[in-house]
Ligand binder design. Structure first.
Ligand SMILES: [Zn+2]
Length: 126
């Protein structure tokens, strides 16, 4: 059984598409595709065309989607592990052992009911 997992929600933040004013574009060689196109500064000292800008955004989205999928698969695995848990309680006393044994058995039944209510299977007949 693996340890409890936590989702890394920081890496799952949907990237925001940069709002660019393409009316300010200039004809220049795009540093990403090499085409001579209308470009804007890419914020990293280069020039980028609208197609490459969209491609970068799609790539960012794909990365976040892949991380989300990876975490979803891990979460499904963890849920399956949790749902497969069982608890083995002590053996109840046979009937006729007296009041103390009856109270003990009743407490065991209460424990078994509470454990089952939490979604965990109880081994044996309680
Ligand atoms: Zn380009």
């Amino acid at each position: 059984m693996s340890s409890p997992m936590t989702l890394n929600k920081k890496v799952l933040r949907v990237p925001q598409k940069m709002n660019r004013d393409w009316k300010l574009s200039v004809m220049h060689v795009c540093d990403y595709c090499g085409g001579y196109r209308a470009t804007l500064p890419d914020g990293e000292g280069g020039s980028i065309c609208p197609t490459c800008c969209d491609s970068r955004y799609a790539s960012d989205l794909k990365s976040v989607f892949e991380l989300a999928l990876e975490q979803l698969v891990a979460a499904e695995k963890r849920i399956a592990e949790l749902e497969a848990r069982t608890v083995k309680l002590p053996t109840p006393y046979p009937k006729g052992y007296g009041l103390a044994a009856d109270k003990y058995n009743f407490a065991l039944e209460e424990c078994a009911d509470a454990i089952r209510a939490a979604g965990v299977a109880v081994e044996g007949k309680i």
